[in-house]
Design a protein around this ligand. Sequence first.
Ligand SMILES: *Cc1c(COP(=O)(O)O)cnc(C)c1O
Length: 394
Amino acid sequence: MKHIYMDYAATTPMLPEVAEAMQPYFSRRFGNPSSIHSMGQEAGDAVDQARTKVAALIACRPEEVVFTGGGTEADNHAIKGVCLANREKGNHIITTAIEHHAVLNTCIYMKNLGFDVTVVPVDKQGMVDPDHIKKSITAKTLLVSVMHANNEVGVIQPIEEIARITRQAGVYFHVDAVQTTGHLPIDVDRLGIDLLSASAHKLYGPKGVGMLYVREGTSIAPLLHGGEQENERRAGTENVPGIAGFGKAAEIALADMGEEAGRLTKYSDRLIDSVMGKVADVYLNGHRTSRLPNNANFSFDFIEGESILMYLDAEGICASTGSACSSSNSEPSHVLTALGIPVERARGSVRFSLGKWTSAEDIDKVVEALPRIIEKLRAMSPLVKEKCGWINYL
Ligand SMILES: *Cc1c(COP(=O)(O)O)cnc(C)c1O
């Protein structure tokens, strides 16, 4: 059966060109970039070239890029690094209720270490109010961390407005841009970002490699201590093949970005309009316009998202109930809860995230299958009977 993969927000397939760019560094060009000899130089050159390509993707200088072991590490490094390097200046972090667990759980850890954490709420569409951030800043605030776009509901936050506030207050601004880097144009100077996290496997690169952008002059402690790699910011021998692959993926993403975003916006709009038109008691989660080009997240009343996923999977359609990281527990996601979606409705949520291999036919197939599956599940649902009063009749 041909699979229709609509879970690109969880991870993306690696491009063949990326695999090809990585290949030499597994074996033939195996040198350690720290070695003085020519084989070390060769590996070091590959890392430098990748650094230039990744920097171009967010319009920063190559020296401001720290390669990491993924998006999670970059988030950890930004938060722990700024807090620990600036303890004499303050003890307060501000973040939002819809951050990825890589940010939220790091903030909880810092709270356990004695830092104060303010978690600002979002509105029903998932938007952060910059004024809320402004009002939360105190003389003790070190860092504000707000994601660029949410991985579950796709909401894009007003980063530029928030940056104006952090700039004026003299606090560092970290942005988890894992869902947007390589998908939307990013210029860290224009947006006013001090620290930015990205991950290669969300932009058709390899898993286990990412980056933290650190604006020049930012006071930040290393996360890993040891050798002098990455400008003494990230000890440990570089993941040379992974970094080379990240560079290639960044180069391709930059070239394809505009066209791809336009194509995916058309597809996700069609998916959203069709599903909203064909199915009763359905809700679009997140913001209708300020959303990722590839995201469509719905809640269907009276049924479980997991049942929908199983029926979709039986027809070869791969979607998600939300964050891939929390799919093993059946608690509704913290993101949907933060949007004020009632628990019962949040349980009936499904996320479709589109990407490079999504075709018009794939959209047609989902638009045909989904209403049929919803109807079947609702016919079996005890919740529907309850709503209609059948439960009393029985
Ligand atoms: C995927 C993701 C991460 C984690 O990145 P990894 O490279 O998988 O560790 C962090 N934040 C967001 C918004 C993500 O979507």
